[in-house]
Write a protein that binds this ligand. Structure first.
Ligand code: ZN
Length: 425
């Protein structure tokens, strides 16, 4: 281990705290996408002082982008002294709403018990700050490194990343030859490497009926009862079948190490949302559900859809007057970077050096911005690694440990050395 590099990270302990507090003070709440531009400008100024060239890129035309709430991203790049690979640290600057239940001001960056508190402290302004001091320390020790380093602060991760990483990926910011290795400092715990995520398929299913007076339902055809038949079939056939599908993906928590499906919503009949709060006595002519199916590397998306469609088609054959429509809302394929990929090996080397143990390799149950880097950028050497305890994300009194930030910055600095100064791949 390079002791001078470790000392250079240690020397930035105060800096990482100040940086995290400054970042928390921008209430970059999404939705609606508050304070993105001042936060991105603050980062750009900071990175320029570290010798980076910066670019502001607005996610124009993306969901939520307006003059009142511009989707402002910052991408910073610093060229080395010789040709070589590029390592990119990508962090999202948006946070979810503070919500109720806080005992400290969510945007004050209160420091207490060796922790920085605030909305986004853990997810993921602490990770962004840690990656910045890792880079600062690396540049102090290796001013003549080959290759290049990039740091980006991107928006809208919490709402799908369309105005952030997806927008940048479409413009070539996450593709070779510009970038080779990507680390996303999401709060996965400082000794774990996140290699990817399960797949997602969202769809809306609508059953159809015929409206009639509620006192004579036999004259109509209830879409809600048809949906009941769908849910019954899901309950007795689909859910047990999904539960039996295990994966080699190391998903955490362990309950997600299989196929799952959630029914996100159900709506049938007339709404109650009006005065005096009662719907008219009608037989429902439509009932809709939105399903959220999470699938595995071992599954094909076509098969995932077919399992649902075959149940619906069978009901159509067997159940009098049953009819349905299905609409795809979103699909993302599952992703898993291999453990021996260059960026995963480099971070693993840092974890071994700092914690004297093998890293845990994990897969996220849900997706994050890596999906856009893989699917749009076609860049597969990407992992998520950063400080912070995942369970604290989006909670009241969210915090990040100062020691955790320093230690994970050491891991990232060692990872940078492995990728840029002594590449073995
Ligand atoms: Zn996050």
């Amino acid at each position: 281990m390079n002791d001078s590099l470790m000392r250079a990270v240690e020397a930035r302990r105060e800096e990482v705290v100040a940086l995290t507090r400054d970042l928390i003070a921008f209430p970059t709440v999404n939705p609606p996408g508050e304070a993105y531009t001042p936060c991105a400008e603050y980062l750009a100024g900071y990175l320029r002082r570290m010798g980076f060239q910066t670019q502001m890129i607005r996610g124009e035309g993306s969901p939520g982008d307006t003059d009142r709430y511009p989707r402002t991203n910052v991408v910073a790049r610093r060229e080395g002294r010789a040709p070589g690979p590029t390592v990119h640290f990508n962090s999202h600057i948006d946070v979810v709403e503070a919500g109720a239940g806080w005992t400290v001001d969510p945007f004050a960056g209160t420091v207490r018990y060796g922790r920085v508190y605030g909305r986004g402290a853990c997810d993921m302004k602490g990770g962004l700050a840690a990656s910045m001091i890792a880079v600062g320390a690396f540049l102090e020790i290796h001013p003549d490194h080959p290759g290049a380093i990039e740091i980006s602060g991107t928006v809208d991760e919490e709402s799908g990343g369309f105005g952030g990483v997806a927008h940048l990926a479409r413009k070539g910011f996450f593709s070779k030859p510009r970038v080779d290795h990507v680390i996303i400092p999401e709060p996965l715990n400082k000794d774990r490497i996140c290699l990817g995520h399960r797949g997602v398929w969202w769809a809306e299913i609508e059953t159809k009926g015929r409206i009639a007076h509620g006192s004579m339902p036999f004259l109509g055809d209830s879409a809600i009862r048809h949906m009941g038949a769908v849910l019954h079939a899901f309950e007795h056939e689909l859910f047990p079948a999904l539960d039996a599908k295990q994966t080699r993906m190391p998903v955490v928590p362990e309950g997600a190490r299989r196929s799952t499906m959630n029914i996100n919503s159900i709506h049938g009949g007339q709404t109650e949302d009006f005065f005096p709060g009662l719907p008219a006595p009608n037989v429902a002519d439509s009932c809709r559900i939105v399903i959220d199916r999470r699938f595995l590397l071992e599954e094909q998306i076509d098969t995932v859809k077919e399992e649902v469609v075959s149940i619906l088609d069978r009901l159509k054959r067997d159940r009098p007057s049953f009819d349905y429509a299905m609409r795809d809302l979103m699909e993302v394929l599952p992703l898993m970077t291999e453990r021996d990929a260059p960026v995963a090996s480099a971070v693993a080397e840092g974890i071994r050096a700092i914690f004297r143990r093998e890293p845990d390799y994990v897969i996220s149950p849900g997706t994050y911005d890596q999906k856009h880097i893989a699917r749009i950028g076609h860049l597969h050497d990407c992992v998520a690694y950063g400080p912070g305890i995942l369970d604290l994300a989006h909670q009241p009194d969210e915090w990040v440990g100062i020691e955790d930030m320093v230690e994970s910055a050491k891991v990232m600095a060692i990872g940078l050395e492995a990728l840029l100064v002594r590449p073995r791949h």
